[in-house]
Design a protein around this ligand. Structure first.
Ligand code: SAM
Ligand code: SF4
Length: 351
Protein backbone atom coordinates (compact mmCIF):
# COMPACT_ATOMS: atom_id res chain seq x y z
CA UNK A 1 0.00 0.00 0.00
CA UNK A 2 1.30 3.46 -0.84
CA UNK A 3 1.50 5.96 2.01
CA UNK A 4 -0.75 8.22 -0.08
CA UNK A 5 -3.53 5.60 0.06
CA UNK A 6 -3.09 5.18 3.81
CA UNK A 7 -3.51 8.91 4.30
CA UNK A 8 -6.61 8.91 2.13
CA UNK A 9 -8.16 6.22 4.37
CA UNK A 10 -7.13 7.93 7.60
CA UNK A 11 -8.60 11.22 6.44
CA UNK A 12 -11.90 10.12 4.93
CA UNK A 13 -15.28 10.33 6.65
CA UNK A 14 -17.10 8.64 3.77
CA UNK A 15 -18.67 5.69 5.60
CA UNK A 16 -19.33 3.72 2.42
CA UNK A 17 -15.62 3.89 1.59
CA UNK A 18 -14.61 3.10 5.21
CA UNK A 19 -16.88 0.01 5.23
CA UNK A 20 -15.35 -1.25 2.01
CA UNK A 21 -11.86 -0.87 3.52
CA UNK A 22 -12.89 -2.80 6.64
CA UNK A 23 -14.42 -5.50 4.46
CA UNK A 24 -11.28 -5.97 2.39
CA UNK A 25 -9.09 -5.94 5.55
CA UNK A 26 -11.35 -8.68 6.95
CA UNK A 27 -10.99 -10.71 3.74
CA UNK A 28 -7.19 -10.30 3.94
CA UNK A 29 -7.30 -11.57 7.50
CA UNK A 30 -9.32 -14.64 6.39
CA UNK A 31 -6.82 -15.34 3.64
CA UNK A 32 -3.66 -14.99 5.76
CA UNK A 33 -4.64 -16.01 9.30
CA UNK A 34 -7.94 -17.92 8.82
CA UNK A 35 -11.31 -17.44 10.47
CA UNK A 36 -10.17 -18.11 14.02
CA UNK A 37 -9.81 -15.66 16.87
CA UNK A 38 -7.17 -16.56 19.46
CA UNK A 39 -7.34 -15.64 23.13
CA UNK A 40 -4.58 -14.27 25.34
CA UNK A 41 -5.88 -14.07 28.90
CA UNK A 42 -4.24 -10.96 30.30
CA UNK A 43 -3.13 -10.85 33.94
CA UNK A 44 -2.34 -7.28 35.00
CA UNK A 45 -0.52 -8.44 38.08
CA UNK A 46 1.09 -5.28 39.49
CA UNK A 47 0.74 -1.52 39.16
CA UNK A 48 4.15 -0.75 40.67
CA UNK A 49 6.05 1.23 38.07
CA UNK A 50 9.38 3.04 38.06
CA UNK A 51 8.46 5.14 35.03
CA UNK A 52 6.43 8.24 34.58
CA UNK A 53 4.86 8.28 31.10
CA UNK A 54 2.70 11.42 30.84
CA UNK A 55 -0.40 9.57 29.60
CA UNK A 56 -0.58 6.57 31.92
CA UNK A 57 -2.81 6.26 34.99
CA UNK A 58 -0.35 4.05 36.90
CA UNK A 59 2.72 6.26 36.36
CA UNK A 60 4.89 6.51 39.47
CA UNK A 61 3.90 10.10 40.24
CA UNK A 62 0.22 9.26 40.53
CA UNK A 63 0.06 9.19 44.32
CA UNK A 64 -3.72 8.94 44.45
CA UNK A 65 -3.47 5.29 43.51
CA UNK A 66 -3.25 2.30 45.85
CA UNK A 67 -0.35 0.13 44.69
CA UNK A 68 -0.64 -3.68 44.53
CA UNK A 69 1.29 -6.76 43.42
CA UNK A 70 -0.32 -10.16 43.11
CA UNK A 71 1.45 -13.13 44.72
CA UNK A 72 2.88 -16.03 42.71
CA UNK A 73 -0.02 -18.22 43.87
CA UNK A 74 -2.63 -15.68 42.76
CA UNK A 75 -1.02 -15.31 39.33
CA UNK A 76 -0.67 -19.07 38.92
CA UNK A 77 -4.33 -19.54 39.85
CA UNK A 78 -5.32 -17.06 37.12
CA UNK A 79 -3.05 -18.86 34.63
CA UNK A 80 -4.60 -22.21 35.50
CA UNK A 81 -8.04 -20.68 34.95
CA UNK A 82 -6.90 -19.65 31.45
CA UNK A 83 -5.60 -23.15 30.76
CA UNK A 84 -8.80 -24.80 32.01
CA UNK A 85 -10.91 -22.39 29.95
CA UNK A 86 -9.03 -23.26 26.75
CA UNK A 87 -7.50 -19.79 26.34
CA UNK A 88 -4.26 -21.24 24.95
CA UNK A 89 -2.10 -18.28 26.00
CA UNK A 90 -1.69 -15.67 28.69
CA UNK A 91 -0.13 -12.22 28.80
CA UNK A 92 1.71 -11.20 31.97
CA UNK A 93 1.62 -7.40 32.17
CA UNK A 94 2.68 -4.88 34.82
CA UNK A 95 4.37 -1.58 35.40
CA UNK A 96 8.08 -1.51 34.65
CA UNK A 97 10.59 -2.81 37.18
CA UNK A 98 14.13 -4.00 36.53
CA UNK A 99 15.29 -4.98 40.06
CA UNK A 100 16.57 -8.52 40.61
CA UNK A 101 13.72 -9.38 42.98
CA UNK A 102 11.22 -8.68 40.21
CA UNK A 103 13.30 -10.38 37.50
CA UNK A 104 13.63 -13.63 39.44
CA UNK A 105 9.97 -13.47 40.51
CA UNK A 106 9.00 -13.46 36.82
CA UNK A 107 11.52 -16.14 35.90
CA UNK A 108 10.19 -18.48 38.56
CA UNK A 109 6.60 -17.68 37.64
CA UNK A 110 7.13 -18.55 33.97
CA UNK A 111 8.81 -21.83 34.89
CA UNK A 112 6.03 -22.81 37.27
CA UNK A 113 3.24 -21.96 34.82
CA UNK A 114 4.93 -23.93 32.06
CA UNK A 115 5.40 -26.89 34.37
CA UNK A 116 1.91 -26.82 35.90
CA UNK A 117 0.27 -26.66 32.46
CA UNK A 118 2.61 -29.17 30.85
CA UNK A 119 3.71 -26.48 28.37
CA UNK A 120 0.12 -26.04 27.16
CA UNK A 121 -0.06 -22.31 27.88
CA UNK A 122 1.78 -19.91 25.60
CA UNK A 123 3.25 -16.97 27.54
CA UNK A 124 3.52 -13.40 26.26
CA UNK A 125 5.28 -10.82 28.40
CA UNK A 126 4.53 -7.11 28.51
CA UNK A 127 6.91 -5.88 31.19
CA UNK A 128 8.56 -2.88 29.59
CA UNK A 129 12.20 -2.21 28.72
CA UNK A 130 14.79 -4.61 30.12
CA UNK A 131 18.46 -5.43 29.61
CA UNK A 132 19.26 -8.16 27.07
CA UNK A 133 20.29 -10.69 29.72
CA UNK A 134 16.94 -10.29 31.46
CA UNK A 135 15.01 -10.76 28.23
CA UNK A 136 17.14 -13.88 27.70
CA UNK A 137 16.47 -15.30 31.16
CA UNK A 138 12.72 -14.96 30.69
CA UNK A 139 12.91 -16.49 27.20
CA UNK A 140 14.91 -19.45 28.53
CA UNK A 141 12.32 -19.86 31.29
CA UNK A 142 9.64 -20.36 28.61
CA UNK A 143 8.12 -17.03 27.50
CA UNK A 144 8.01 -16.90 23.72
CA UNK A 145 6.33 -13.60 22.84
CA UNK A 146 7.03 -10.05 24.03
CA UNK A 147 4.89 -6.99 23.58
CA UNK A 148 6.61 -3.61 23.82
CA UNK A 149 4.76 -0.73 22.22
CA UNK A 150 6.88 1.96 20.64
CA UNK A 151 3.87 4.19 21.56
CA UNK A 152 4.55 6.41 18.51
CA UNK A 153 7.17 6.04 15.81
CA UNK A 154 7.65 9.83 15.77
CA UNK A 155 10.67 10.38 18.02
CA UNK A 156 9.85 14.04 18.69
CA UNK A 157 6.29 13.15 19.72
CA UNK A 158 7.64 10.30 21.88
CA UNK A 159 9.88 12.79 23.67
CA UNK A 160 6.92 15.09 24.19
CA UNK A 161 4.95 12.28 25.87
CA UNK A 162 7.69 11.17 28.26
CA UNK A 163 10.04 12.71 30.81
CA UNK A 164 13.67 13.35 29.79
CA UNK A 165 15.01 10.15 31.33
CA UNK A 166 12.84 7.97 29.03
CA UNK A 167 14.52 7.11 25.75
CA UNK A 168 12.98 6.38 22.35
CA UNK A 169 16.25 4.86 21.11
CA UNK A 170 16.47 2.52 24.07
CA UNK A 171 12.91 1.32 23.48
CA UNK A 172 13.61 0.82 19.79
CA UNK A 173 16.78 -1.09 20.57
CA UNK A 174 14.83 -3.44 22.86
CA UNK A 175 12.73 -4.52 19.85
CA UNK A 176 15.91 -5.56 17.99
CA UNK A 177 17.27 -7.38 21.03
CA UNK A 178 13.99 -9.27 21.51
CA UNK A 179 14.03 -10.39 17.87
CA UNK A 180 17.67 -11.54 18.11
CA UNK A 181 16.90 -13.61 21.20
CA UNK A 182 14.13 -15.43 19.33
CA UNK A 183 10.93 -13.91 20.72
CA UNK A 184 7.91 -13.28 18.58
CA UNK A 185 8.04 -9.51 18.70
CA UNK A 186 4.99 -7.34 19.24
CA UNK A 187 4.76 -3.60 19.25
CA UNK A 188 2.11 -0.95 18.74
CA UNK A 189 1.15 2.64 19.18
CA UNK A 190 -1.50 4.75 20.82
CA UNK A 191 -3.88 6.25 18.31
CA UNK A 192 -5.27 9.77 18.55
CA UNK A 193 -2.55 11.12 20.83
CA UNK A 194 -2.38 14.86 21.32
CA UNK A 195 -0.24 16.42 18.58
CA UNK A 196 -0.24 13.20 16.54
CA UNK A 197 -1.03 13.65 12.84
CA UNK A 198 -2.37 11.26 10.21
CA UNK A 199 1.08 11.39 8.68
CA UNK A 200 2.49 10.03 11.97
CA UNK A 201 -0.05 7.20 11.92
CA UNK A 202 0.79 6.21 8.34
CA UNK A 203 4.46 6.28 9.36
CA UNK A 204 3.61 3.96 12.28
CA UNK A 205 2.37 1.33 9.81
CA UNK A 206 5.59 1.75 7.78
CA UNK A 207 7.57 1.45 11.03
CA UNK A 208 5.94 -1.95 11.76
CA UNK A 209 6.93 -3.07 8.27
CA UNK A 210 10.50 -1.76 8.51
CA UNK A 211 11.06 -3.53 11.84
CA UNK A 212 9.54 -6.78 10.61
CA UNK A 213 7.09 -6.95 13.51
CA UNK A 214 5.21 -10.22 14.17
CA UNK A 215 2.32 -8.94 16.27
CA UNK A 216 0.59 -5.66 16.87
CA UNK A 217 -1.26 -4.48 19.95
CA UNK A 218 -2.38 -0.93 19.36
CA UNK A 219 -5.41 1.01 20.46
CA UNK A 220 -6.93 4.43 20.91
CA UNK A 221 -5.33 6.80 23.37
CA UNK A 222 -7.82 7.47 26.18
CA UNK A 223 -7.41 10.26 28.67
CA UNK A 224 -6.70 9.60 32.35
CA UNK A 225 -7.64 12.63 34.40
CA UNK A 226 -4.77 12.30 36.90
CA UNK A 227 -2.05 12.56 34.25
CA UNK A 228 -0.16 15.57 32.87
CA UNK A 229 -1.37 14.84 29.33
CA UNK A 230 -5.01 15.23 30.36
CA UNK A 231 -4.41 18.93 30.89
CA UNK A 232 -3.14 19.56 27.39
CA UNK A 233 -5.96 18.23 25.23
CA UNK A 234 -9.56 18.06 24.29
CA UNK A 235 -10.20 14.40 24.01
CA UNK A 236 -12.46 13.17 21.17
CA UNK A 237 -13.45 9.54 21.91
CA UNK A 238 -15.45 8.98 18.71
CA UNK A 239 -12.64 10.22 16.51
CA UNK A 240 -10.09 8.04 18.30
CA UNK A 241 -12.36 5.00 18.08
CA UNK A 242 -12.75 5.28 14.31
CA UNK A 243 -9.03 5.98 13.88
CA UNK A 244 -8.30 2.87 16.00
CA UNK A 245 -10.38 0.71 13.64
CA UNK A 246 -8.85 2.31 10.55
CA UNK A 247 -5.34 1.58 11.87
CA UNK A 248 -6.20 -2.11 12.39
CA UNK A 249 -7.50 -2.26 8.81
CA UNK A 250 -4.40 -0.51 7.46
CA UNK A 251 -2.05 -2.80 9.39
CA UNK A 252 -3.88 -5.87 8.04
CA UNK A 253 -3.98 -4.61 4.46
CA UNK A 254 -0.33 -3.60 4.46
CA UNK A 255 1.30 -6.34 6.56
CA UNK A 256 -1.12 -9.23 5.95
CA UNK A 257 0.24 -12.25 7.92
CA UNK A 258 0.84 -10.71 11.36
CA UNK A 259 -1.26 -11.15 14.49
CA UNK A 260 -3.28 -8.06 15.41
CA UNK A 261 -5.05 -7.61 18.75
CA UNK A 262 -8.43 -5.98 19.08
CA UNK A 263 -7.58 -4.20 22.32
CA UNK A 264 -9.55 -3.35 25.44
CA UNK A 265 -9.19 0.38 24.75
CA UNK A 266 -11.55 -0.09 21.77
CA UNK A 267 -14.10 -1.67 24.08
CA UNK A 268 -13.67 1.21 26.52
CA UNK A 269 -14.87 3.61 23.83
CA UNK A 270 -17.65 1.44 22.42
CA UNK A 271 -19.42 -1.55 24.00
CA UNK A 272 -18.96 -3.56 20.78
CA UNK A 273 -15.49 -2.14 20.13
CA UNK A 274 -13.58 -5.41 20.20
CA UNK A 275 -15.98 -7.11 17.76
CA UNK A 276 -15.65 -4.09 15.46
CA UNK A 277 -11.86 -4.51 15.71
CA UNK A 278 -12.18 -8.14 14.61
CA UNK A 279 -14.38 -7.09 11.70
CA UNK A 280 -11.73 -4.56 10.66
CA UNK A 281 -9.01 -7.24 10.46
CA UNK A 282 -7.82 -8.12 14.00
CA UNK A 283 -7.51 -11.81 15.02
CA UNK A 284 -6.52 -11.71 18.70
CA UNK A 285 -8.57 -10.90 21.82
CA UNK A 286 -7.10 -10.37 25.27
CA UNK A 287 -9.76 -11.17 27.89
CA UNK A 288 -8.92 -9.73 31.28
CA UNK A 289 -8.43 -12.54 33.82
CA UNK A 290 -7.01 -10.38 36.63
CA UNK A 291 -8.93 -10.99 39.89
CA UNK A 292 -11.70 -8.38 40.18
CA UNK A 293 -10.39 -7.04 43.50
CA UNK A 294 -7.28 -5.66 41.73
CA UNK A 295 -8.79 -4.33 38.52
CA UNK A 296 -9.72 -0.93 39.86
CA UNK A 297 -6.06 -0.27 40.64
CA UNK A 298 -4.88 -0.99 37.10
CA UNK A 299 -6.70 1.88 35.48
CA UNK A 300 -4.50 3.14 32.67
CA UNK A 301 -7.27 5.43 31.42
CA UNK A 302 -10.83 6.51 32.21
CA UNK A 303 -13.72 4.13 31.55
CA UNK A 304 -11.73 0.89 31.49
CA UNK A 305 -14.39 -1.82 30.92
CA UNK A 306 -15.18 -5.03 32.87
CA UNK A 307 -13.87 -3.67 36.18
CA UNK A 308 -16.44 -5.69 38.08
CA UNK A 309 -16.94 -8.66 35.80
CA UNK A 310 -15.17 -11.84 36.84
CA UNK A 311 -13.23 -13.92 34.34
CA UNK A 312 -15.94 -16.60 33.94
CA UNK A 313 -18.58 -13.98 33.16
CA UNK A 314 -16.24 -12.32 30.66
CA UNK A 315 -15.70 -15.69 29.06
CA UNK A 316 -19.33 -16.53 28.32
CA UNK A 317 -20.03 -12.98 27.16
CA UNK A 318 -17.02 -13.07 24.82
CA UNK A 319 -17.85 -16.45 23.29
CA UNK A 320 -21.27 -15.18 22.35
CA UNK A 321 -19.96 -11.91 20.96
CA UNK A 322 -17.36 -13.58 18.78
CA UNK A 323 -19.73 -16.18 17.42
CA UNK A 324 -22.26 -13.42 16.67
CA UNK A 325 -19.91 -12.07 14.01
CA UNK A 326 -19.32 -15.50 12.45
CA UNK A 327 -15.79 -16.08 13.77
CA UNK A 328 -14.55 -19.26 15.46
CA UNK A 329 -12.46 -19.34 18.64
CA UNK A 330 -9.12 -21.16 18.51
CA UNK A 331 -9.59 -22.89 21.87
CA UNK A 332 -6.44 -24.27 23.52
CA UNK A 333 -4.28 -23.18 20.60
CA UNK A 334 -1.35 -20.79 20.69
CA UNK A 335 -2.35 -19.09 17.45
CA UNK A 336 1.16 -17.77 16.85
CA UNK A 337 1.90 -15.15 14.23
CA UNK A 338 2.27 -16.74 10.76
CA UNK A 339 4.72 -13.92 10.00
CA UNK A 340 7.11 -15.20 12.67
CA UNK A 341 7.31 -18.63 11.01
CA UNK A 342 7.80 -17.06 7.62
CA UNK A 343 10.66 -14.85 8.74
CA UNK A 344 12.43 -17.52 10.85
CA UNK A 345 11.65 -20.67 8.86
CA UNK A 346 10.59 -22.34 12.14
CA UNK A 347 7.63 -24.72 12.34
CA UNK A 348 4.48 -23.82 14.32
CA UNK A 349 3.75 -25.83 17.49
CA UNK A 350 1.15 -28.49 16.71
CA UNK A 351 -1.72 -27.74 19.06
N1 SAM B 1 4.82 -0.98 31.57
C1 SAM B 1 4.82 -1.72 30.36
C2 SAM B 1 5.03 -0.81 29.17
O1 SAM B 1 4.85 0.39 29.28
O2 SAM B 1 5.39 -1.36 28.10
C3 SAM B 1 3.55 -2.52 30.17
C4 SAM B 1 2.30 -1.97 30.79
S1 SAM B 1 1.72 -0.46 30.04
C5 SAM B 1 0.42 -0.06 31.09
C6 SAM B 1 0.92 -1.10 28.58
C7 SAM B 1 0.46 -0.08 27.58
O3 SAM B 1 -0.60 0.69 28.12
C8 SAM B 1 1.47 0.96 27.17
O4 SAM B 1 2.36 0.47 26.20
C9 SAM B 1 0.57 2.08 26.63
O5 SAM B 1 0.49 2.07 25.23
C10 SAM B 1 -0.81 1.72 27.20
N2 SAM B 1 -1.42 2.90 27.85
C11 SAM B 1 -0.98 3.55 28.94
N3 SAM B 1 -1.75 4.64 29.19
C12 SAM B 1 -2.70 4.67 28.21
C13 SAM B 1 -3.77 5.56 27.89
N4 SAM B 1 -4.02 6.63 28.64
N5 SAM B 1 -4.55 5.28 26.81
C14 SAM B 1 -4.32 4.17 26.07
N6 SAM B 1 -3.30 3.30 26.31
C15 SAM B 1 -2.50 3.54 27.36
FE1 SF4 C 1 4.72 2.50 33.59
FE2 SF4 C 1 4.06 1.25 31.27
FE3 SF4 C 1 2.45 3.12 32.42
FE4 SF4 C 1 4.74 3.92 31.31
S1 SF4 C 1 2.99 2.95 30.24
S2 SF4 C 1 3.94 4.56 33.31
S3 SF4 C 1 6.05 2.18 31.81
S4 SF4 C 1 2.98 1.13 33.23
Amino acid sequence: MEKKEMLQILETDDFGFIDSIFQSAYETKLEYTGNKVYFRGIIEFSNLCTKDCFYCGIRKSNVSLKRFSMTQDEIIEAALFADKSGYGSIVLQSGERTDEEFVSFIEQLIETIKQRTNNRLGITLSLGEQAADIFKRWHSAGAHRYLLRIETSNKKLYEHLHPDDHSYDKRLNCLDVLRDIGYQVGTGVMIGLPYQTNDDLANDILFFEKHDIDMIGMGPYIVHNDTPLAKSVTFDPQKNFLLGLKMIALARLHLKDINIASTTALQALDARGREEGLKAGANIIMPNITPVKYRNFYRLYEGKPCLDENASLCQSCLDERIQSIGEKIGYSQWGDSPHFFKRTGKMPKTD
